[in-house]
Design a protein around this ligand. Structure first.
Ligand SMILES: Cc1cc2nc3c(=O)[nH]c(=O)nc-3n(C[C@H](O)[C@H](O)[C@H](O)COP(=O)(O)OP(=O)(O)OC[C@H]3O[C@@H](n4cnc5c(N)ncnc54)[C@H](O)[C@@H]3O)c2cc1C
Length: 371
């Protein structure tokens, strides 16, 4: 099918990766992204060896690794701060590290540059006003009143995907899971070069994401899904960490600027049914948005993108391509969403508390399998 014109709706992690992968395979690609690119959170995300491997298939691993902070070790701590395990993570490619922390904004820059370099056109501050499929094409009209025919469309428009709603109006909607995550960037202490994860009902972690910075995250029960005012957010985050290990309480003293606290209620969705209809397919959070307990949501979107492009390039028949993509992705993404929710339920006291060392080891073994 190479040579066809593909519209990608959403220029986030999955959309920019699929634009790169498709353009590299000879498709003509147009990406539309609702935002102008200025509002991306400055906090980081963590990613594992499977993501390094997926980006390496697109020739991006070096740029990606240079832009963040690579590490090979995870330290697991008990709630009282005692070290439970210091586990080396396994790299999946010779000469490359096993895991990464990277500011989300910087990751999007790397992916945006790669999409453009591969030949994709990226139109920011643009959404689709309508999409209509006939037997031969998808006719798109955009928010700036321009329009065009496309051979195929990829909905990579995230957890609140309009494309998903258009294709499957009766599909489930994202569900609040009773928890929220608090994040804050801090200077990287000298020698801090591993992911630190704390077991316990408040899940806390410290992630190196550049030579200069780490970020702290904390998942807390927020059963009423409160809408906290900006004023006082830093003090509130410190209070949430007050029962944590001494090392975390000490670090929390640096959380002082309300405007730099990133607070986010956690939601999840997993689409059991098909991930495409006609000429329109879905990838990433649009079909499987996970809570961040395994740090794999972005990773699954990146892997989706690689597989999606491979299958479209491999098949002349689009139905066969979409079905092959779905079959290769379904179980892996379902595992990530469900295991993350299991950790979440354990932290909320609604299920057994999951040991982070065991969960991490299980995830690494499973996701080391080829995609
Ligand atoms: C608090 C939190 C922490 C996380 N931490 C991690 C982590 O550590 N590691 C990790 O791998 N993952 C993490 N994730 C998950 C990760 O952020 C997502 O899985 C990932 O961003 C999904 O990529 P995506 O491209 O599907 O969606 P997104 O990255 O959300 O991109 C969707 C894009 O579509 C655009 N858009 C939406 N609607 C339209 C429209 N109608 N027209 C045009 N554009 C549109 C949006 O502006 C956005 O840019 C975390 C998620 C959360 C909520």
């Amino acid at each position: 099918m190479t040579g066809k014109h593909i519209l990608v709706i959403g220029g986030g992690i999955g959309g920019l990766t699929v634009a790169t992968a498709l353009a590299q395979k000879g498709f003509k690609v147009t990406v539309i992204e609702r935002s102008d690119g200025s509002g991306v959170e400055g906090v980081g995300i963590s990613q594992q060896a499977n993501v390094v491997r997926a980006l390496a298939t697109l020739g991006l691993a070096r740029d990606y690794l240079d832009a963040g902070f690579a590490y090979d070790t995870v330290e697991i701590y008990a709630p009282d701060g005692s070290l439970v395990a210091r586990t080396p993570s396994r790299s999946l490619i010779e000469g490359f590290p096993a895991a990464m922390g990277i500011p989300r904004r910087v990751l999007l820059e790397v992916l945006s540059n790669s999409a453009t370099a591969a030949g994709a056109e990226i139109r920011r501050s643009t959404t689709s006003a309508s999409l209509e499929q006939d037997g031969a094409m998808v006719h798109a009209r955009f928010s700036d009143d321009s329009q065009g025919p496309f051979d195929l469309v990829v909905g990579a428009d995230g957890i609140y995907s309009q494309t998903r709603r258009l294709l499957f109006p009766d599909a489930p909607t994202p569900q609040f899971v009773g928890q929220a995550v608090w994040r804050y960037n801090l200077p990287r202490p000298s020698g801090f070069d591993a992911l630190h994860v704390y077991n316990g009902p408040t899940g806390v972690g410290l992630v190196p994401m550049s030579r200069a910075e780490i970020y702290i995250y904390a998942t807390t029960p927020e059963p009423d899904n409160p809408d906290y005012p900006l004023e006082g957010l830093a003090a509130r985050m410190r209070t949430k960490l007050a029962g944590c290990a001494p090392a975390i309480r000490a670090i929390a003293e640096q959380i002082t600027d309300d405007a730099r606290v990133v607070y986010r209620p956690l939601e999840a969705i997993f689409l059991q049914g098909p991930w495409h209809k006609g000429r329109i397919g879905l990838i990433g959070d649009a079909v499987h948005a996970t809570t961040p307990h395994l740090g794999q949501g972005g990773g699954m979107a990146i892997e989706d993108a690689v597989v999606f492009a491979e299958e479209l390039a491999r098949h002349d028949d689009r139905e066969a391509a979409f079905t092959a993509y779905y079959r290769r992705r379904f179980e892996r993404c379902r595992y990530v969403v469900e295991k993350s929710l299991e950790i979440c339920r354990g932290q909320l006291g609604k299920g057994p508390l999951v040991d982070n060392a065991k969960a991490g080891a299980e995830m690494n073994t499973l996701l080391a399998q080829p995609i």
